[in-house]
Design a protein. Structure first.
Length: 355
């Protein structure tokens, strides 16, 4: 995302303009230092996790505006925690260089570990990086809401890094505004699921289904499998075509949630959207085919009542991801209490740029 696609209320901020200029100015030097840190990988064919940590340290302190004193290592098993004035803002799980794949499934499997640590420490934003890419998200509504996904090898400086800066990390990132007047949730990762690259023994599995948390439509607590509801993906991350309609029916047969206990009513819309995206990836929704099964028609009707309709993202490929109609009262995620407190403190010192 370019600077011009960031909302005006952000781009007018003096702190944003300073940060963007810093990113542009420091990026070439960061790339050179990153190349030097990865020299041992070229020499011996691999590099340790420590190399990725050093790359991230350069990113946060040289490209972004965090101080070295804001970086905390091995905090209650978390590899890296960023704090400002004593408040924890970001928890990062670090993997050795090149250990992560460029797709949503591989990242979510790695993020399960970060989510458990973040839940214990009450941190609202989590990230994972291998020194090649950086992905950040918010655990909300039993799933993940994308915040940032950038390549650390890109020639052009990724200005989206602003959202992880000192004055950007506490601000809610808005959804995308499509030309048709719909608000489309950020979808920053490809959906394809390759062969797994993470060690299975490091994962927590559901005792009944023998699946990790990423395979469930709702995850109440990443460290408590009994709170994982509605399995809809296979162990390799692909959509389970047999379980998907059952997961949808479990909600729609009794929308208020008595049939699927343990899912708060406020989180039901997000769960339905998650299931709709899976159905869309299979081409099962009514806007994709005229002979859609009744369960997918019911899902489309429920989303329409909630203010969602097929959006513009992916229409050329026939995907048609669902988006919230601005004219409808679609549910939106409220910022956390920590975000509101932090935002209030920073806003008192923040002034729009006069330029």
């Amino acid at each position: 995302m370019s600077a011009t696609s960031h909302p005006p209320e952000v781009t007018r901020l003096a702190s944003y303009q300073r940060c963007v200029e810093r990113i542009r100015r420091a990026w070439p030097a960061f790339l050179e230092r990153r190349r030097q840190r990865l020299a041992e990988q070229e020499r011996y064919g691999k590099a340790s996790e420590k190399v990725a940590e050093n790359i991230l340290e350069d990113l946060f302190t040289l490209v972004l505006d965090w101080e070295l004193t804001d970086l905390n290592h091995q905090v209650q098993y978390a590899d890296l925690v960023l704090t400002h004035q004593g408040i924890k803002y970001l928890l990062v799980e670090v993997k050795r260089p090149g250990a992560l794949a460029w797709n949503r499934h591989a990242v979510e499997r790695a993020l399960e570990q970060a989510r458990r640590y973040a839940e214990e420490q009450r941190v609202k934003c989590i990230a994972i990086s291998d020194g090649v890419m950086l992905y950040a998200a918010h655990p909300r509504h039993g799933g993940l809401e994308d915040r940032l996904f950038v390549s650390l090898t890109a020639v052009e400086p990724p200005l989206d890094l602003w959202w992880l800066s000192v004055h950007g990390i506490y601000r809610p990132r808005p959804a995308l505004l499509a030309s048709a007047g719909t608000v489309e949730p950020l979808r920053l990762l490809p959906e394809a699921a390759p062969a797994l690259t993470l060690e299975a023994e490091a994962e927590l599995l559901h005792p009944k289904y023998r699946l990790p948390a990423a395979c469930f439509a709702y995850v109440g607590s990443p460290s408590r499998p009994e709170t994982w509801k509605l399995p809809y993906r296979l162990a390799d991350g692909t959509v389970d075509e047999r379980r998907l309609p059952k997961a949808i029916q479990a909600i729609l047969s009794n929308y208020r949630g008595t049939k699927v206990s343990g899912i708060p009513e406020a989180d039901i819309p997000a769960v339905l959207l998650r299931l709709a995206e899976a159905a869309t990836s299979l081409g099962r929704m009514p806007h994709q085919r005229g002979d859609a099964a009744e369960i997918y028609r019911q899902l489309a009707d429920a989303l329409e009542q909630l203010g969602y309709a097929p959006g513009e993202q992916g229409q050329e490929q026939g995907q048609g991801s669902y988006a919230a109609d601005q004219r409808a009262s679609a549910p939106s995620a409220r910022p956390s209490r920590q975000e509101r407190r932090a935002g209030g403190r920073h806003a008192m010192r923040e002034e729009p740029s006069s330029s």
